[in-house]
Design a protein around this ligand. Structure first.
Ligand code: NAP
Length: 251
């Protein structure tokens, strides 16, 4: 007999933090819509990992920076898997450069994927959450939204924008029983951070009080908690998962 599980949609779940969130949410009892943009093989691997553990998952290609594609993603997920109970807005990219060298494409690319992408998907997912008077939105920002980081003005602006967006949303949807929170990861070992120059990796690792780089699972455990019934009374909050990185240096 098919179990009627609630549904979680995770954007950018073809690898890294998104894949770890998809797996943890499956373990929490959700069927999972695995979104990807380009990495079809990665998305398939995420789905297979979930199926292997006895979970339910389907993959959906959509570029979250496109309003139409994001709408299509939510519509198709709802048709095939059922209404979205939990949205994890995780898809993100970096295009690092010092501001004076940052091109308009680098600015627009990061802001449209990392910030507009969150608006695009959340807008459509929240509509049906409001009708059903339940739901969770969890957006993945970054600790650099709080601290700033040289070479990432576009990324820091987009990630800080997510925090303002979620705080406004939390107020708008609270009366429908929907919560909205932000998880702000620190330095996590994924493809995104693999491309950092060795010097930057060393500088960043040295700034982590807990003395190690984070794993995608470290982030996914926090997301799983925020998606669970136990987090029902938490909304509009920013949870850093960063080994203490955002505590700042002692002077
Ligand atoms: P990653 O390994 O590079 O994975 C990024 C994911 O986002 C991939 O699944 C990618 O899918 C997807 N994606 C990118 N553009 C997309 C688009 N336009 N539409 C749909 N999906 C898209 O990165 P990660 O480290 O796991 O990062 C995940 C999130 O955590 C990002 O928002 C990132 O900013 C944030 N974060 C990461 C760190 C860190 O240290 N790694 C720290 C703080 C915050 P395709 O390849 O299929 O396009």
């Amino acid at each position: 007999m098919m179990v009627d599980r609630p549904c979680a949609l995770v954007t950018g779940a073809s690898r890294g933090i998104g894949r770890a969130c998809a797996l943890e949410l499956s373990r929490e009892g959700f069927k999972v819509a695995v979104n990807f943009n380009k990495d079809e093989a990665g998305a398939l691997e995420t789905v297979e990992l979930i199926l292997k553990e006895g979970g339910e998952a389907r993959m959906y290609r959509a570029d979250v920076s496109s309003h139409e594609e994001a709408k299509g993603l939510v519509t198709l997920t709802e048709e095939e898997l059922g209404p979205v109970d939990v949205l994890v807005a995780n898809a993100g990219i970096t295009r690092d450069a010092l501001l004076v060298r940052m091109t308009e494409e680098e600015w627009d690319g990061v802001v449209s994927t990392n910030l507009k992408g969150v608006y695009n998907v959340t807008k459509w997912a929240v509509k049906s959450m409001m009708r059903r008077r339940k739901g969770r939105v969890i957006a993945i920002s970054s600790v650099v939204a709080l601290t700033g980081n040289a070479g990432q003005a576009n990324y820091c602006a987009a990630k800080a924008g997510i925090i303002g967006f979620v705080r406004a949303l939390a107020r708008e949807v609270a009366r429908y029983g929907i919560t909205a929170n932000v998880v702000a990861p620190g330095f996590i070992s994924t493809d995104m951070t693999k491309k950092l120059p060795e010097q930057a990796r060393e500088r960043l690792s040295g700034a982590i009080p807990l003395g190690r780089i984070g794993t995608p699972e470290d982030v996914a455990y926090a997301v799983r908690f925020l998606a669970s019934d136990r987090a029902a009374y938490i909304t509009g909050q920013v949870l850093p998962v960063d080994g203490g990185m955002s505590l700042g240096a002692l002077t």
